[in-house]
Ligand binder design. Sequence first.
Ligand SMILES: Cc1cc2nc3c(=O)[nH]c(=O)nc-3n(C[C@H](O)[C@H](O)[C@H](O)COP(=O)(O)O)c2cc1C
Length: 197
Amino acid sequence: MALNVLGVSGSMREGSTSLRALSIALDAARAQKGAETRLLDLRELDLPMYRPQSPIINEGILEAKKAVEWADAFVLATPDYHGSMSGALKNFLDYHWTDFAGKLFGYLCSSHEKGLTAMDQMRTAVRQCYAWSLPYGVAVHGDEDFDADGNITNDAAGKRLRMLGRDITVYGAVLREQFARDIASDALDTFAARYRK
Ligand SMILES: Cc1cc2nc3c(=O)[nH]c(=O)nc-3n(C[C@H](O)[C@H](O)[C@H](O)COP(=O)(O)O)c2cc1C
């Protein structure tokens, strides 16, 4: 069964660099045998602010829900906003805090620095949802790593993005298999036990 990898783009900017970087990672994921990819562009989806008590249901919410349920693994892409992930990406995560357990996440950030604190925040949010994270993230610099047409010019950054696409697929498959095995067993001493239906 193909591993389903969902890329989530958290930039509201037309011509977003983090979206360009995400496309490179998703292409590399798709190049792996047995991976399918989809892109959720939050700029197009325009999710309303999450309200736990009076949920608004619109097409964007339903589309995001379908994509999240489809996904086995995720690549989250954000611009660095004040050392944080974008509000749009955080809002997306707020909708799905019960949907990520046992799945694998990878991170990339478009930043003028290294994007480390923004990626740490995504990692923390994902950990709170009982999901796994790749042990590294990839930062790109919009002005230095891409040409005027949006093509990547920094070979090292391109290589790291392709590594991210490869790793999310390969490690995502390992985790999906083990999680399914733990759910199917009757063992109580695994974190998957609480997700049995
Ligand atoms: C509100 C706001 C806050 C920002 N804060 C930072 C920051 O703290 N550090 C940084 O390196 N860049 C910061 N930037 C610059 C963006 O991270 C940078 O332009 C990024 O490449 C945009 O990514 P995108 O093209 O995917 O939207 C900020 C930009 C905006 C609009």
